[in-house]
Write a protein that binds this ligand. Structure first.
Ligand SMILES: Cc1cc2nc3c(=O)[nH]c(=O)nc-3n(C[C@H](O)[C@H](O)[C@H](O)COP(=O)(O)OP(=O)(O)OC[C@H]3O[C@@H](n4cnc5c(N)ncnc54)[C@H](O)[C@@H]3O)c2cc1C
Length: 98
């Protein structure tokens, strides 16, 4: 935790112990050993790359179904959440017959 705190300080952030979630997100920013995001899920193209189905805004049938769609650090180990989201996206694709 001490090393993580030092790294966080370099970026002007505060390291929080895993699995504690950040409280009062506006006040406390966490860094994580489990980097997520890159193709964030959002409501619109203004705030995300993919929608809740993992489909890229403006690109029909182009899907992202991995850690990249989770928009922020979860504060806990992420693999089950990643797996659940990926399974959900696969089911939706199958149900919609694409
Ligand atoms: C050492 C370590 C320990 C971890 N421990 C935990 C833990 O205890 N609990 C937990 O919840 N999470 C843990 N994680 C994190 C977890 O493993 C990742 O967050 C998760 O696997 C990310 O899933 P993903 O599907 O996004 O990517 P990945 O699981 O990395 O899957 C990406 C896949 O894409 C393939 N690929 C990459 N490039 C190409 C390409 N060009 N063409 C085709 N295929 C490609 C790769 O071979 C890989 O199979 C750990 C990670 C590491 C490294």
């Amino acid at each position: 935790m001490l090393q993580l705190a030092a790294v966080a300080a370099v970026f002007g952030q505060t390291a929080l112990p895993t699995p504690e979630r950040p409280r009062g997100r506006a006040k406390v920013a966490a860094i994580t050993p489990h980097p997520l995001g890159g193709c964030n899920m959002g409501d619109t193209v203004e705030n995300g790359v993919v929608d809740h189905k993992g489909e890229v805004f403006g690109y029909r049938n182009l899907y992202v179904a991995d850690a990249a769609i989770i928009p922020e650090a979860l504060g806990v180990n992420p693999s089950r959440t990643i797996g659940a989201l990926s399974e959900r996206i696969a089911k939706i694709i199958a149900m919609e017959g694409r």
